[in-house]
Design a protein around this ligand. Structure first.
Ligand code: FE2
Length: 247
């Protein structure tokens, strides 16, 4: 399993505070079945030091059998710049992580995504479930007409997630709008730990093994080699199940 969004870079941005914590995250990733990580920090003045920090984790990653890539999580405002040396999710990929950091999708997003697509770049819209309500779903669908894909966070699918965020995560998933699930882990413990295995198990139970495989295994690997993700084919639930508590 390739984790396309994991804040493994320690000592900068909001990542783990120490190398030991980052190494503990690698162990946790291994326990979750992860074999490759796009190790990111948010874009900032530290961005040039990221490969060196990620490099200092290489031996620990090798020992855990995990391939590391040094990436960046961009804010949409950074994607508006034209002279950045874009850091993608993997060495063969042209997909960039994009956090909107706002509760509405800016009007300029579609035009900019189209420009980036014509320059060869795809956009991974990260965790829209944490930012947006159902009123933004139509806009998200229209962004998918460009080379944009949707990534949700594993932890947001789980029963102890914020109910509003969890409801949106499942809504996107059940409408077959989600392309990949990532950890977005920031710590080896607490609410921002890696919970990919738990989420995978739950998605398999709710939507079937084939869907779980597409979202957790197949599509992250496809994005990594610059291929468009496969669509999921989750069938609508029986009407009466909508009245059950939870999802
Ligand atoms: Fe993130």
């Amino acid at each position: 399993m390739y984790d396309i969004h994991c804040h493994l870079v320690y000592g900068v941005s909001d990542g783990p505070g120490s190398r030991d914590s980052a190494v503990a995250m690698l162990q946790q990733a291994k326990q979750n079945g992860v074999t490759g990580i796009n190790a990111v920090a948010h874009f900032g003045p530290w961005h040039e030091s990221l490969p060196e920090i990620v490099g200092s984790l290489q031996a620990a990653a090798d020992a855990a059998g995990i391939i590391l890539h040094s990436g960046i999580e961009y804010d949409f405002s950074h994607l508006l710049e034209h002279d950045l040396d874009w850091r993608t999710i993997g060495p063969q990929s042209h997909y960039l992580l994009c956090d909107f950091n706002s509760s509405r999708i800016p009007f300029s997003a579609k035009a900019r995504f189209r420009e980036l697509a014509s320059a060869g770049y795809g956009i991974v819209i990260v965790h829209p479930e944490t930012l947006f309500g159902p009123s933004e779903i139509d806009t998200l669908i229209s962004l998918k007409d460009t080379r944009a894909v949707i990534q949700i966070n594993a932890a947001n699918l789980l029963p102890d997630a914020n109910p509003r965020v969890r409801s949106m995560a499942w809504k996107l998933l059940r409408r077959n709008l989600v392309d990949a699930v990532a950890s977005d882990a920031h710590r080896p413990d607490g609410s921002r730990r890696n919970r990919l295995a738990e989420a995978r198990q739950l998605v398999a139970a709710e939507c079937g093994n084939a869907t779980a495989r597409i979202l957790f295994d197949v599509n992250p690997e496809r994005l990594l080699v610059d291929k468009a993700p496969f669509e999921t084919d989750i069938q609508p639930r029986a009407w009466w199940r909508r009245f059950l508590p939870g999802r």
